[in-house]
Design a binder for this molecule. Sequence first.
Ligand code: URA
Length: 192
Amino acid sequence: MFETLEEINQVVKNCKKCKLCNTRKNTVFGTGNPNNGIMFIGEGPGADEDSIGEPFVGKAGKLMNQAFLGLGIKREEVYITNIVKCRPPNNRNPEKEEAFACMDYLRNQVILIKPKIIVLLGNVALKNILGEEYGITKARGKWIEKKGILYMPTFHPAALLRNENLKIDFWNDLKEVKAKADIFLNSNDIYK
Ligand code: URA
């Protein structure tokens, strides 16, 4: 257990707990404001994220940015990270062992950030955090409370690139998040 996010990040940079370390260019730890009580958790870095070392900077991230912009959520005021901190080759899903090896880092991030709201982006995030019994199509759009944290599962933005029809649900789910954040956090920080 580390006391600061920067300490975890330094360990992640040198991590060799799974084979993803052999093919990564950069680790992708997380960005944004860790003090506003909202986390977004994706699956794992893609090629763009691997090159730059930041989450959601590629096509999927740009789509998410558009939704943030439309809803008045400032990207830099939420905290964004992933289940695995290194890119799975060819954008495959992280394997069970890879997600397991990386989970202590995410757990430590959550302990330090103390989020009130966690948005789970897609099936990989949903299943690894809330359990294999969940599926995104059924679970999306409904709040799930566990140990004082409110989880909102929604589609992964990459899914919207493949199927435009999912955009409305994604948008509505994030609208829910914004409304809940307003009530819970009682702060204007994440808004314009
Ligand atoms: N997809 C993810 O799940 N995470 C990223 O950081 C980028 C794309």
